[in-house]
Design a protein around this ligand. Sequence first.
Ligand code: HEC
Ligand code: HEC
Ligand code: HEC
Length: 133
Amino acid sequence: MKKTLLICMVTAALVCAFALPSLYAVDAPGDMVLKAPAGAKMTKGPVSFSHKGHAALDCVKCHHKWDGKGEIKSCASEGCHVDTSKEGKKEPTSFYSAFHAKSEVSCVGCHKAMTKAKAKTGPTKCGDCHPKK
Ligand code: HEC
Ligand code: HEC
Ligand code: HEC
């Protein structure tokens, strides 16, 4: 009896684990190279990003303005992280902030917080994300 219960629980856990990625009807694209918006001068090498490498995370951890149904907009969409000026770099509306702000929504912010918590995570050093030009 106890064993049956255990098997049921394990099965339920497995179903959950595999059902989770299909929580949303939208698919994540494959590996991509993230670039600064057209017109902005890039000072660093373009960064590679893999959705597969982040499959354990809920989409809205990063796509924090997404309603879970509609179109997923790029970070540099109108009204979001559009400012590529040097002066605005520290502002939340800057393109830079989207990827480096202290907030756990940003690449560096999340990796740093997880590193601090001693969890397995991604790179935090400039050169580990930005390849040499
Ligand atoms: C976890 C990955 C990651 C790390 C670490 C990282 N960046 Fe970035 N950075 C990005 C992403 C993603 C973008 C936006 C896409 C792009 O520009 O390729 C970006 C964009 C930038 C930009 C604006 C675009 C440009 O090329 O001018 C600058 C400046 C920049 N990063 C500087 C830095 C510096 C300096 C460091 C180290 C203090 C750093 N980054 C660390 C991921 C990272
Ligand atoms: C670790 C952060 C992260 C997670 C988690 C994540 N994404 Fe993304 N996704 C990104 C980044 C960064 C981009 C590139 C955005 C840009 O071009 O400005 C992107 C782009 C996309 C795009 C293309 C949007 C465009 O720019 O045209 C789609 C669609 C997408 N993601 C779907 C998903 C789905 C569905 C999930 C959950 C299964 C997911 N993403 C999880 C970071 C993430
Ligand atoms: C909410 C947290 C979170 C955010 C935001 C996030 N990451 Fe990560 N990242 C992780 C975790 C967790 C791992 C480790 C996954 C694993 O290996 O199990 C990781 C791994 C990585 C790795 C190494 C493995 C791989 O996929 O190549 C790179 C590179 C990376 N992240 C880049 C990025 C970039 C670029 C962004 C922003 C566009 C980003 N990450 C945003 C949590 C995050």
